[in-house]
Ligand binder design. Sequence first.
Ligand code: ATP
Ligand code: ATP
Ligand code: MG
Ligand code: MG
Ligand code: MG
Ligand code: MG
Ligand code: MG
Length: 267
Amino acid sequence: MANSEFEYVRKHEQWDALAPDNWIVVRIDGRGFSKFSKRYDFQKPNDRRAVDLMNAAAVEVVKQFTDIVIAYGQSDEFSFVFHEDTTLFDRRAQKVSTTIAATFSVEYAMQWPLFFPDSPLTRPYPTFDGRCVVYPKTRILRDYLSWRQADCHINNLYNTTFWSMVLKGEMSGTEAELALKGTVSSDKNEILFSRFGINYNKEPEIWKKGNVIYRDLSGDESLSSTTTTTTTPEVTQPPPNDEDDEKEYAKVQQQHLSLKQKKIQVP
Ligand code: ATP
Ligand code: ATP
Ligand code: MG
Ligand code: MG
Ligand code: MG
Ligand code: MG
Ligand code: MG
């Protein structure tokens, strides 16, 4: 065989199949979206067009990969949960994560004009990285989703307060950042209510809780997305970024994130 003298290089490849009987989560995350969101004037703290585009791209990924059972998204990230029995790409981690990240990136860029008709995309185009994480038990999988939802809640409370101070309180970004240093969630709720008349609990669910995509098996096999997750409030303790976060996570652990949700049929 003409190729045989070179065949040995194949052995340098790492076989990276993920353990069987584990749920596989692929989390994709936008590259440099803090900057990207400024470049395209995303409304702060939350731009509806941007989240609708994330959901639209994610729906296409879920449609293409039938072993995905549920997906959870917030900010510039989405977590796709593959069934524990999936044999996609022989469960090879790099094949799975790169394919999902690539599929999502292409969908995001191709669907961009539908959501941002007045701002054409220019280089550098948006891309998403991807990673695989395996969870051996549904309990841990649920805690994973609760963790991402807690992250959504904490970031949103911070961002809502921060941007109120900047946009309505006429503070500079640096001043607002300094004023919020060391505050816990009750402080932020109080600032929002007393200074800006905002009752955080009444903020839209979509910003507080993120988005879920699931297969609606009851009806016509189309996909549905809702604005809440069905996870319970038990949250695993993630590695906290700093002391403030640690306190916030402990709080969220005790909270019950209610399950009221609005069903949106995706055509
Ligand atoms: P990295 O490349 O490390 O992920 P990053 O800048 O993307 O860097 P993230 O922690 O992923 O950092 O943060 C994503 C950022 O995207 C948020 O801080 C937020 O500013 C912005 N963003 C994402 N979605 C929206 C949205 N719907 N509306 C407004 N801003 C958004
Ligand atoms: P996988 O998803 O496993 O990679 P695949 O169908 O992409 O499956 P490859 O081994 O990557 O399998 O083969 C790529 C195929 O793409 C080739 O077999 C060939 O038919 C086609 N192809 C790629 N480039 C060209 C080209 N320039 N002209 C014609 N055909 C091409
Ligand atoms: Mg980050
Ligand atoms: Mg990012
Ligand atoms: Mg992110
Ligand atoms: Mg190929
Ligand atoms: Mg090939």
